[in-house]
Design a protein around this ligand. Structure first.
Ligand code: NAD
Length: 468
């Protein structure tokens, strides 16, 4: 059994105990990760703090070159990391799976390396000169979830490094191995202590909580559930940490009466089922106009029933298992509840182990658990509407506000509906597509702050205004 090491101060840190990590497709143990204590977290934070002085004092060009070197190193190990992601996360190697995740990780790393935040001259006249400078914060703590372990790690780490911060990252206990290996790879080209990784099984030690409260961590970038995000915010208050919180979503899609069901079926399916629905900005509720409701349901069933589900190592698989038992039980509970209220059009019956087939349920309404709760799995509720204002009201009737989409052959009409949705990103005739040059974040309970682009980069800095 392979034991993966915590990388602290540029080298493996000896840790007293470890915990098993399982392949969700087979239930087999695939490796062991260090089960670290808060004292070991302190060692990692001290290493990051010590490395900050020289890392942050480099020229901007040197930081940019170092980030480009990191990107190249990750790119050279893409195939290996993709396989590790499939083994521990379950998603297929193929299609929109782990190779695609690694493609995204490398693209984001490269794009972020090339960004810059030059000083701004706010005023330069006889009254004086005023300059706005961006300064790194210090040690950034990154806490990641289990759905896109490497891509989200890159989203957290690269802007931190690019702006001169150092990092301690803690992955989810369900998927720690690809992050442990990623940080080992990054450390081949980075000075010791610049990026460190800690892992734990979340049983006896709450490493994420200890990071959120840590006096030597200046910022937490957290991606995960709303409930945990709130805890992070509470424990970060005492040390007045900077926070970027990317939390849960319950994104609505609205199909207008003029949409073409055949044309949109594929986009609707992958908008909802990307990564088996275990995607923050997946479409989690679909509102369809009465006049084309049945045609959209038929087109979705026709597309979804041919999607191969299986072990992610099999090149034929397009979807894998649900990642863990807790999530599987949640999806099973929501589908069981929905069966009594609506009509199961496809799937609905749990498979072997953690496999759950793509499931479509119509006849549901706001107020039903599958519509109101974030399912984060391979099931989509379809809600019929006849009045557009009512559909928009139902779409907005959620504490979350991550993404949303409008499907129509009339762009102007779609844009006017899009403008009325309460969410951080809104797509027309697609759902969930994100890119490194566009800020991404949630409104309402879906989070605070944004990632990506210059706006995302700015969140890893403090402003200092210099009055000359
Ligand atoms: P989670 O909140 O259970 O766990 C996320 C991380 O927080 C893990 O690393 C976990 O170990 C850690 N953690 C646990 N307790 C903690 C505490 N008290 N303090 C600090 N950290 C703690 O989330 P999950 O189940 O891993 O991920 C699924 C959720 O993440 C979904 O709600 C999904 O929508 C959301 N998500 C959001 C985005 C986004 O960008 N908005 C992206 C991906 C996932």
């Amino acid at each position: 059994m392979k034991h993966y090491a915590a990388i602290v101060n540029g080298k493996p840190l000896r840790v007293g105990s470890d915990f098993p990590v399982f392949n969700p497709a087979t239930g087999e143990e695939i490796g062991r990760a260090p089960n670290m204590s808060s004292a070991e977290l302190d060692v990692a934070v001290s290493a990051a703090k010590a490395a900050f002085a020289s890392w942050s004092s480099q020229s901007d060009a040197a930081l940019q070159a170092a980030c480009a070197a990191v990107t190249a190193e990750i790119g050279a190990h893409s195939a290996e990391l993709a396989e590790l992601i499939t083994l521990e996360q379950g998603k297929p190697l193929n299609g929109l799976g782990s190779r695609w995740e690694m493609g995204g990780a490398v693209a984001w790393a490269g794009y972020t390396s090339g960004l810059s935040m030059p000083k701004k001259i706010l005023q330069d006249n006889e009254q004086g000169r005023v300059e706005l400078h961006r300064k790194p914060l210090g040690v950034v703590g990154s806490i990641t979830p289990w759905n896109f372990p490497v891509m989200i790690a890159i989203w957290h780490i690269m802007p931190a490094l690019r702006t001169g911060n150092t990092v301690v990252i803690k992955p989810s206990p369900y998927t720690p191995l690809s992050t442990l290996r990623l940080i080992e790879i990054m450390n081949r080209v980075l000075p010791a202590g610049v990026v460190n990784v800690v892992t734990g099984d979340d049983q006896n030690v709450n490493l994420g909580g200890a990071m959120s409260a840590h006096p030597d961590i200046r910022k937490i970038v957290f991606t995960g559930s709303c409930a945990t995000g709130q805890k992070v915010m509470q424990s970060a208050a005492e040390t007045m940490k900077r926070l970027t919180l990317e939390l849960g979503g319950n994104d609505a899609g609205i199909v207008l009466p003029d949409a073409d069901p055949e044309k949109i079926a594929e986009g609707l399916f992958w908008g909802a089922f990307l990564n088996n629905g275990q995607t923050c900005a997946a479409m989690k509720r679909l509102y369809v106009h009465d006049s084309i409701h049945d045609a959209v349901c038929d087109a979705l069933v026709a597309y979804a029933k041919n999607i191969p589900v299986g072990n992610g190592l099999d090149e034929a698989s397009m979807l894998g298992p649900i990642q863990n038992r807790m999530q599987f039980d949640k999806v099973s509970r929501l589908v069981a509840d929905a069966k009594g209220k609506g009509k199961v059009l496809l799937g609905g019956k749990p498979g072997e182990g953690l496999f759950f087939p793509p499931t479509l349920v119509s006849g549901l309404r706001n107020g039903d658990a599958l519509v109101d709760e974030e399912q984060f799995g391979p099931v989509l509720p379809i809600i019929r509407y006849s009045d557009l204002d009512e559909a928009i009201r139902m779409a907005n009737d959620s504490p979350n506000g991550l993404g949303g989409s409008v499907w129509s052959s009339d762009k102007a009409k779609a844009r006017s509906v899009a403008a009325r949705l309460e969410c951080g990103s809104v797509w027309i005739n697609k759902h969930g597509a994100i890119q490194p040059n566009a800020p991404f974040g949630g409104v309402k309970a879906s989070g605070i702050g944004v990632e990506f682009s210059e706006e995302g980069l700015a969140e890893y800095t403090d402003i200092q205004v210099v009055f000359v």
